[in-house]
Design a protein around this ligand. Structure first.
Ligand SMILES: [Mn+2]
Length: 329
């Protein structure tokens, strides 16, 4: 536990200027909420700040993108005093193009994150793995030590980060400090109903139909019902008109099944398969499996990658690791 991380981060932000904000590729709600929220607060409080995303974020976040975010056109890395890397455990995962990735570790990086496996790649590293979300670390820094003005728009963005990384306050990373941060954000007029409606009650019909087909025909179970997985093929995505990046919450349809401890969704990526994993119980750490499979993450939410053309090979490999973890505990 690092109780001073947010005040140290606050000091850092207050004493510096000219920032570029980056987050990880395939950004989730915490990555985007942190990026949008910090960017908005910095600009609204007279700091010089840019923020970059390599592509348009998933659809459900579209209406929360602040004006002035750079999307697609790479920033000139050399023109910033500090590059703030949000919610990203290793530089290789940063959402920048290939040529930028090669030179980025020589830039003045600052690491702001809550992943326990963070590689501490920054010149300064503000890491608190006790925080439910990176957005929570940022909020405490901005609110408690910078005393910066946090507008409704910024508060809403930061609350998105907390809501999404806790699955709407359902996952067991939800603590008193999480509710306290959420409560303070509500006091700043964060638009909670809009967040809940947009994140949880606005699935496109194509996505709902695709989920139904997947659940009906493609869920596979093993380990006496404690492991559930499915393969989300490009074919089924295409048939239902769903973009892969809009499937962040698909894995919850497996996690919700009674008795399931570990849920996995496989999908095609480049020359291999991406493996997205969730666990309901810290005893069964999916981060452990992710590390073996070229990835990383938290005990309860992690991802890996296997380079191969053969989905069965990937499924069997993960099955053997999951079996090992479920049986040794
Ligand atoms: Mn996060």
């Amino acid at each position: 536990m690092a109780p001073n991380i947010s005040s140290e981060l606050g000091e850092f932000i207050r004493g510096n200027d000219n920032f570029l904000l980056l987050t990880h590729e395939k950004p989730d709600g915490d990555a985007l909420g942190s990026l949008f929220g910090l960017f908005t607060v910095l600009r609204e409080n007279g700091k010089k700040a840019d923020a970059f995303l390599p592509e348009q974020p998933p659809m459900r976040y579209a209406s929360f993108v602040p004006d002035g975010i750079m999307i697609g056109t790479s920033p000139e890395l050399g023109s910033y005093s500090w590059i703030l890397c949000l919610d990203t455990s290793l530089p290789d995962r940063l959402g920048v193009d290939k040529s930028a990735k090669e030179k980025i570790t020589s830039c003045p990086l600052v690491n702001i994150d809550h992943h326990p496996d963070n590689k501490l790649f920054g010149r300064a590293n503000f890491i608190n793995s006790e925080s439910a979300a990176t957005a929570e670390i940022i909020f405490r820094a901005l609110n408690d030590s910078c005393e910066m003005r946090i507008s409704r728009k910024a508060a809403t963005a930061l609350l998105i980060g907390i809501v999404m990384d806790t699955g709407g306050f359902r996952f067991d990373n939800t603590k008193t400090s999480t509710f306290n941060a959420a409560s303070d954000l509500l006091a700043l007029d964060a638009d909670y109903p809009r967040i809940i409606n947009t994140m949880f009650f606005s699935q496109p019909l194509g996505f709902v139909r695709m989920s139904a087909e997947l659940i009906l025909n493609h869920v596979r179970m093993a380990c006496s019902g404690r492991y559930a997985w499915m393969y989300l093929s490009d074919e089924i995505l295409k048939r239902h008109g769903v973009d892969k990046k809009d499937t962040e919450m698909l894995i919850d349809s497996l996690r919700q099944i009674e008795g399931v401890e570990i849920a996995v969704v496989f999908y095609r990526k480049d020359d291999g398969f991406k493996i997205s994993m969730r666990s309901k119980n810290k005893k069964y750490s999916v981060a452990k499996i992710a590390r073996i499979l070229n990835g990383g993450g938290h005990e309860l939410a992690a991802g890996g990658f296997m380079k191969t053309d053969n989905i069965s090979e990937v499924e069997n490999k993960v099955l053997s690791h999951v079996t090992g973890i479920l049986e040794e505990n």
